[in-house]
Design a protein around this ligand. Structure first.
Ligand code: NIG
Ligand code: FE
Length: 432
């Protein structure tokens, strides 16, 4: 995989005719289908795309003509699974340096909070990110993105939050935008200025919140760099009052909000987010029943992040059964970041979601597809196999969708299709 021209290309050679569909995949196990009254998984199914959109989803037996007559290209899946491309709805993909040293410290018994208090943690990454050039940040983030794509991802949300000055936050967001423009992956950007209090404002918390609300946010928005606004609501970060200032400023600009909430304690962040009709509240290990009710009422998605839970050896699990009981949609994401979640595989989050949070494999797959799309406000266009949605598809080297939440590691994505074009093809196995 080259670094500058990584894995992206158009491997499906189109020989355009007047066929009804551009490409038709036949004999697949298709999941997740969200059409009402239809099972979520279709065995012996066919799916096609035209001009980048899904143009047909059908049982093989209902095809109206021979596959070759229906489409310019026909691909036989031989029973393999085909799902929507995975959607990583919570990531900190752009950052400088890494924190492997801190991981070693944690292995020796130092806690995440202790390390943060000694100037490590998020601030260590802030220092590396500020010191890095835009090109360096882009180069490293692009390599990580290529790994996620090779594991089935076709859309990703990328947060800022390691700059904490106008210029450095802008630098991160420009990198995220450029990744969206220069790769086939759909990128949405989230401004996370209220991620940590920078040392320059150690004695002036309200001054920093003012800077975020009255300077950074409007300017970055004006430059077209922000799709949503996030904050870290926690005793070690920002209070609900402080976050509310940020949410008010975002709402004034018409920007949707989301929140890192209830990760280390029950701070009431999810209920606050719900009051601002947040797209999602994320982490949620310490979420209370009243927080769940508030989220249910606002329609916010619960984004669970099993990578951070696992790497921090957290023992408090998010209240999955309550979320189910109150019909709060559950999504999963990598939370890829150099501190709490150095995760380079989205599918692995499906395995950990089942193993650690007792999700079912079906819930895990919905969590990385349709519910992740909801967490980005994009469920009209991506996240399920439905006619008219983007033909963002991943073909897996498995026969049952539940295997996606079972194999621990390995390259199970065989082909990744974005808007009808193949952007990744797994190399042939070595001939051993
Ligand atoms: O989502 N919780 C806050 N922010 C990140 C961690 C960032 C870091 O440790 O660098 C998270 O886990
Ligand atoms: Fe995060």
């Amino acid at each position: 995989m080259g670094l500058h021209k990584p894995i992206y290309g158009d491997l499906i050679k189109r020989d355009k005719t007047m066929a009804q569909h551009d490409t038709l995949w036949i004999n697949g196990t298709l999941s997740i289908i969200t059409e009402k009254g239809v099972p979520e998984t279709l065995e012996a199914g066919a799916i096609a795309c035209k001009d980048g959109l899904i143009s047909l989803v059908s049982p093989m037996q209902n095809l109206t003509d021979s596959p070759k007559k229906l489409a310019d290209n026909v691909v036989d899946l031989h029973g393999k699974c085909l799902t929507p491309g995975l959607i990583d709805c919570h990531s900190h993909l752009v950052f400088g340096g890494n924190r492997a040293e801190e991981f070693n410290l944690r292995l020796q018994g130092h806690s995440y909070e202790q390390i943060a208090k000694q100037g490590g943690g998020i601030m260590s990454t802030v220092n590396h990110t500020r010191a890095a050039t835009e090109q360096q940040l882009e180069h490293e983030a692009r390599k990580r993105l290529a790994l996620l794509v090779s594991d089935g991802v076709t859309s990703i949300e990328i947060k800022s939050g390691y700059g904490l000055t106008l210029d450095d936050e802008a630098k991160m967001l420009r990198v995220a935008r450029r990744l969206g423009e220069s790769t086939p992956v759909t990128v949405t950007t989230t401004f996370l200025g209220a991620h940590a209090l920078p040392p320059e404002y150690a004695n002036n918390r309200s001054g920093y919140i003012d800077l975020v609300c009255n300077d950074m946010l409007p300017k970055l928005y004006e430059e077209g760099l922000i799709d949503a606004v996030d904050a870290f609501c926690e005793s070690v970060a920002f209070s609900t009052d402080e976050v509310e200032h940020v949410f008010r400023a975002a709402t004034k600009l018409g920007l949707p909000v989301k929140l890192h909430a209830e990760q280390l304690s029950d701070s009431g962040g999810a209920a606050l987010a719900a009051r601002y009709s947040a797209l999602s509240a994320d982490h949620l290990e310490y979420l209370s029943e009243s927080g769940v009710r508030a989220m249910a009422a606002s329609g916010s998605v619960a984004v669970l992040l099993p990578g951070a839970f696992y790497m921090l050896r957290e023992t408090q699990k998010p209240p999955v059964q309550l979320l189910r009981d109150h019909h709060v949609p559950i999504a999963l994401a990598t939370d890829i970041n150099p501190g709490s979640s150095p995760v380079l595989s989205a599918r692995l989050m499906m395995v950990l979601g089942c193993q650690e949070f007792d999700l079912t494999p079906e819930e895990a797959l919905r969590g990385m597809t349709i519910n992740a799309a909801k967490a980005l406000g994009k469920s009209d266009s991506i996240g399920s196999l439905e006619i008219g949605k983007a033909a963002d598809l991943t073909i897996w080297d498995v026969q049952q969708p539940s295997e996606l939440a079972y194999w621990l590691g390995g390259n199970k994505a065989e082909s990744v299709i974005k808007a009808g074009n193949c952007i990744y093809q797994r190399p042939e196995n070595l001939d051993l």
